[in-house]
Write a protein that binds this ligand. Structure first.
Ligand code: TEU
Length: 563
């Protein structure tokens, strides 16, 4: 098995709570996933990234782990897990688990011990500090609204939680923490899993002293990311993890690293770094956010999106590996965010997939993207479940007195539950996801948008994804060919080439409903061209030099130069 098999792989992310329920409790589970492995194999993906399935009180739907070595009861048993892994491997599918070790659940035994007394051996597994002048130890904001500190009356001190108050941050400066994490990683790797997605892994090293963030808001709180994002010892810890654990297995790792630049990514995922295989960057996820962050919605510009993605392509080429994604369990649905989820849902979903998956890097398909699932706009905050959404509502509406309609609109556009509505399998009740009451309501468009309908329709988004995945597998040049953006200033067309030896790919995507003229820039020479893929019927398939694009039209040409 090649050491870097993940460079040519296509990954499919499963959010288990919403994928398939086998026992009618309204919550997805492992046996539900087992029942859908043929579907995943037919799609053509190679790897499944499985969001956390460990025991958890589900304050953050499994990203708050209470026991790293047992399966969450709602998801099934360890025997179910081992059957899932065996059945995936028998189909040639690989399984990457979600490693959440920046923090645990506050119900994890380590934290239960740690909070019990100031001299407990586990006290320094977490960050405990005395208050300052009647306030929290510093002014950091949590990602989930409010202070990043929670007062605990048992010992009269505060503990740090960058996320929910039920997700206390682990103290990675403590060597015992690191060894216990490495042990739990080996527990799963020795079962035969094929790697880890590492949750907020670039947050594990905090600046000593935990200094205040600058520019506090009117309530006195500030972004503290300067003191925990890409912290002072993060590479030391990841290189130690690689030496002691990762390098002993033929696996892939992807770090979730919000706040990294391409230069940072070269340190985390450089071919010569012995840290991670690749990272998830977030710059392109910020093109529609203003200075106030994700909830400060601003119109996005295609030139910004092209500039960000192209910079990542060029600055990692040949030195580090890239991940490619538009969606996941934290992001709104791409077809609603960057495409058209109305009249041109099918065309724009295909176009977005083409634009993304033919770039250099490992593509990640989030469950439902392959059938063009869309955002949902529930009428009431009562319909939402995500801790980030509910804390945002409480802070802005209940405490801040802001306009509920405006806050609900921001949730409709950017809320994480957009991606967490149950997978839409059929037009049956609850979209065939469950025979019970779903933990989160199904998107009302499931009768129109579902797997059964997509598989039966040769022109569906699903069959187009199959074709795209086949294309990547057929042409190895798509793994290593160099990416070059063309028409950088065009506000409607995203076009790029991928070049290797005498072969050149031309990918042309119309991101909007207009009908712009594509003109091949001078200097791109070729002798032979072949239209390999498109999301519309194309008659003048040879006309690669100039053609008019239809709404959300994309075309892929393979061109050859003669020696
Ligand atoms: O997300 C980390 C992260 O950066 C999120 O705060 C993300 O930016 C935000 O959700 C976008 O609105 C990881 C997991 O993917 C997320 O599901 C967890 O809630 C979080 O860590 C804490 O474990």
């Amino acid at each position: 098995m090649m050491q870097d098999w993940w460079k040519s792989a296509v990954v499919y992310q499963i959010y288990p709570r919403s994928f398939m329920d086998s026992d009618g409790d309204g919550i997805g589970d492992l046996r539900g996933i087992i029942g859908k492995l043929d579907y995943l194999q037919d799609l053509g993906i190679d790897v499944v990234w499985l969001s956390p399935v460990y025991d958890s009180p589900n304050d953050d739907n499994g990203y708050d782990i209470r026991d790293y070595r047992t399966i969450m009861e709602q998801f099934g048993t360890m025997e179910d897990f081992e059957q899932l892994l065996t059945q995936m491997h028998s189909r040639g599918l690989k399984l990457v688990m979600d490693l959440v070790v920046n923090h645990t659940s506050d119900e994890h035994p380590w934290f239960v011990q740690s909070r019990s007394s100031q001299d407990n051996p586990y006290r320094n597994y977490y960050f405990w500090r005395a208050g300052k002048n009647g306030h929290e130890p510093n002014n950091w904001l949590s990602y989930f609204s409010g202070s990043a500190w929670e007062y605990d009356s048992t010992t009269g001190e505060y503990y740090l939680h960058l996320f929910s108050r039920k997700q206390p941050d682990l103290n990675w400066d403590n060597p015992s923490v690191r060894q216990d994490v490495y042990d739990l990683m080996r527990f799963w790797l020795d079962k035969g899993i094929d790697g880890f997605r590492m949750d907020v892994i670039n947050h594990i090293s905090k600046v000593p002293g935990l200094p205040d963030g600058s520019h506090p808001n009117e309530r006195g709180y500030a972004w503290g990311g300067d003191f925990f994002v890409n912290g002072p010892r993060v590479h030391e810890y990841l290189q130690e993890m690689n030496r002691q654990v990762l390098s002993h297995y033929n696996i892939m790792t992807v770090g979730e690293t919000g706040g990294v630049s391409p230069a940072d990514a070269r340190l985390y995922a450089g071919f010569d770094r012995q840290e991670l295989s690749m990272v998830f960057q977030f710059e392109h996820m910020g093109v529609d956010s203003g200075s106030g962050g994700k909830w400060d919605i601003k119109p996005w510009k295609l030139t910004d999106l092209k500039q960000v993605l192209s910079r990542w392509q060029q600055e990692l080429h040949g030195v580090a590996w890239n991940s490619l994604y538009f969606g996941n369990h934290d992001q709104p649905r791409p077809v609603s965010r960057f495409g058209d989820d109305g009249a041109y849902r099918v065309e724009s979903a295909k176009m977005l997939a083409t634009c993304l998956m033919l770039q250099q890097g490992t593509p990640y398909i989030y469950q439902g993207e392959e059938i063009g699932m869309t955002n949902v706009a529930f009428p009431s905050i009562e319909d939402y479940r995500d801790v980030e959404i509910l804390n945002f509502w409480r802070e802005r509406v209940e405490q801040g007195g802001e306009d509920p309609e405006q806050v609900l609109h921001a949730i409709h556009v950017k809320g994480r539950d957009n991606a967490r509505t149950p997978m839409q399998w059929s037009a049956d009740d609850n979209a065939g996801f469950t025979t019970g009451k779903p933990w989160l309501e199904v998107n009302p468009n499931y009768r129109e948008v579902n797997v059964a309908k997509a598989v039966a329709d040769a022109n569906s988004v699903y069959h187009y994804y199959q074709e795209l995945i086949r294309l990547r597998r057929q042409y190895s040049s798509l793994v290593d060919a160099r990416y070059d953006l063309i028409l950088p200033d065009h506000e409607e067309i995203y076009a790029y080439t991928r070049s290797q030896a005498m072969e050149q790919w031309l990918v042309v995507c119309n991101f909007f409903a207009g009908q712009p003229e594509f003109i091949l820039p001078a200097g791109i020479s070729y002798e032979i061209s072949e239209l390999v893929l498109s999301n519309y019927p194309v008659t003048e398939s040879a006309a690669v030099n100039q053609f008019t694009l239809r709404p959300y039209e994309c075309r892929v040409y393979r061109m050859m130069r003669q020696a």
